[in-house]
Design a binder for this molecule. Structure first.
Ligand SMILES: NC(=O)c1ccc[n+]([C@@H]2O[C@H](COP(=O)([O-])OP(=O)(O)OC[C@H]3O[C@@H](n4cnc5c(N)ncnc54)[C@H](OP(=O)(O)O)[C@@H]3O)[C@@H](O)[C@H]2O)c1
Length: 459
């Protein structure tokens, strides 16, 4: 089925007989995209994935690993043949031409109509040079490749909500970057690592890390060199069908559309509620790996927070490692604490950001979808029930990322109940101890005052 006569085409119809090329298909977001396309768009022809080989694994081993992952369980049951539609394209986004062979470039140019660019280096503290090649130059190379594609219908670039994080109000528009993206690419590739590291801070300007800097430059690059393509930026989500439809109806020739995929103006989630929801989800679905009763205490100052971390994290971790050492084992609690602190420091800018993001374009996409697509491809943030969302988020992270089979089990419930009472006893003891200490101190001060008064009246 085509987009003839301006007829509203359903999403599965749009993908009938079409092939897509996805970068980052082995990543957190990309895997879900690949699975969704194969499961909900059965007429899709092929899904070409850019995959790099890794030290210990060839690309074919990586394909096996990907398709054996639990994300594909439902698809394996429903339509086992669908997985064979995945075709690997060996490459590397940090290389020129994305490291794709001439033969595969030809293949993509003739077969593909939709491109999703999801690959990125998402380490916030990586060196500027590496991040620029992975997140910016790679986009330029992909745009070059997309110009060879004979029947390009849609090109979706996945950016991030924080590409312009220092803006107070982020609308669905381009924000010019402080530097010409081509200049930054050339600079990074004509200077040594040391030279780049020396000027990195100056180049970053308002950006707190190399990641958001590269993402902002990538958006700017699109506004400079790709306005004529059927391209859209998603911060971050998926909207390929709509781009093709708009382009067909000549609605968006002049500027690529930007989709702020956020819930901020329709179903906001405040950062403090994020922590409370997560804590409650942990209490509802406890795990055997819990070392204490989950609690959330939020402080206005970093100082109060640091004191809390010292008493409730550092001291127990220190004691736990010391105990392990006494038993001749290697304690890892302090190392875990250091890693968590490092990870938390990386995202601190997100928590402290004054950013307000507005998303309106997603509503237009939703409104133009038919009822069946609205149900099957639902991305309406107003329909998110945050309590349910965090329950499945917590459950999924424990089960699929930490491979924790105990989550929600009877044994875990028992351990949770024990920890809860231990926490009551400890908190009660701390309160009682503090009351006794304060009373004793008060009595001491009163006695001292009385003694002083007696001495002065005696004089
Ligand atoms: N997850 C989020 O919450 C979030 C939020 C905002 C924006 N985003 C954006 O969404 C996109 C996907 O993020 P993600 O969370 O899925 O990241 P991720 O899990 O780290 O996945 C990154 C993907 O990029 C690929 N990649 C990285 N370096 C590569 C290289 N040199 N050559 C080829 N492929 C390479 C990775 O392949 P390997 O498997 O080989 O490592 C992986 O498939 C990114 O553009 C990110 O900026 C994500």
């Amino acid at each position: 089925m085509s987009l003839d006569n301006n007829r509203i085409t359903s999403i599965p119809e749009f993908y009938n007989g079409k092939s897509v090329f996805i970068t980052g298909g082995t990543g957190f977001l990309g895997k879900v995209l690949v699975e969704k396309l194969l499961r909900s768009c059965p007429g899709i022809e092929n899904v070409y994935l850019l995959v790099r080989s890794k030290k210990d694994k060839s690309v074919n081993e990586r394909l096996k690993e990907l398709t054996n992952s639990q994300v594909f369980n439902t698809l394996r049951e429903k339509d086992p043949q669908a997985i064979s539609k995945i075709v690997l394209i060996e490459g590397d986004i940090t290389k020129l031409d994305l490291g794709i062979s001439e033969e595969n470039r030809e293949l993509l140019a003739t077969k593909v109509s939709v491109i999703f660019n999801s690959a990125a280096n998402i380490k916030f503290d990586d060196s500027l040079k590496g991040v620029i090649n992975a997140n910016l130059r790679s986009l330029r190379e992909l745009i070059k490749l997309s110009r060879q594609v004979k029947d390009l219908k849609s090109f979706i670039h996945i950016s991030t909500a924080y590409s312009n994080w220092y803006q107070m109000d982020v609308g669905e528009q381009f924000y010019p970057a402080a530097f010409d993206p081509h200049y930054i690419i050339d600079l990074c590739n004509s200077s040594s690592d040391d030279q780049i590291n020396e000027v990195a801070e100056m180049l970053l300007g308002k950006h707190v890390n190399t990641y958001t800097f590269s993402k902002a430059l990538a958006e700017d690059l699109i506004s400079r060199i790709a306005r004529d393509l059927p391209i859209a930026i998603v911060r971050p989500s998926t909207a390929s069908w709509k781009v093709a439809q708009d382009r067909h109806q000549k609605l968006a020739i002049s500027a690529p559309t930007i989709y702020n995929s956020v819930s901020g103006n329709s179903n906001p989630l405040k950062i403090k509620n994020y922590f409370y929801f997560l804590r409650d989800a942990g209490r509802r679905n406890p795990t055997n790996m819990m070392s204490w009763y989950p609690q959330t205490r939020l402080y206005k100052t970093k100082f109060s927070n640091d004191i809390d971390i010292f008493w409730t994290h550092f001291i127990p971790a220190f004691l736990s490692d010391s105990y392990a050492k006494m038993k001749g084992e290697n304690g890892r609690a302090l190392k875990h604490l250091e890693n968590s602190k490092h990870a938390f420091d990386q995202i601190r800018f997100v928590l402290n950001s004054p950013i307000k993001m507005y998303g309106k374009n997603y509503k237009k996409v939703l409104e133009s979808m038919n009822k069946s697509d609205q149900k099957d491809f639902n991305f309406d943030p107003t329909t998110i029930n945050w309590k349910n969302y965090f329950d499945s988020y917590h459950f999924g992270v424990r089960k699929f990322i930490f491979n924790d089979k105990s989550v929600g089990s009877v044994a875990a419930q028992r351990k949770f109940a024990k920890l809860k009472y231990m926490n009551y006893i400890l908190s009660g003891s701390i309160v009682a101890f503090s009351l006794i200490a304060v009373t004793k101190l008060g009595n001491k001060i009163i006695r001292k005052n009385e003694e002083n008064e007696n001495v002065s009246s005696f004089k």
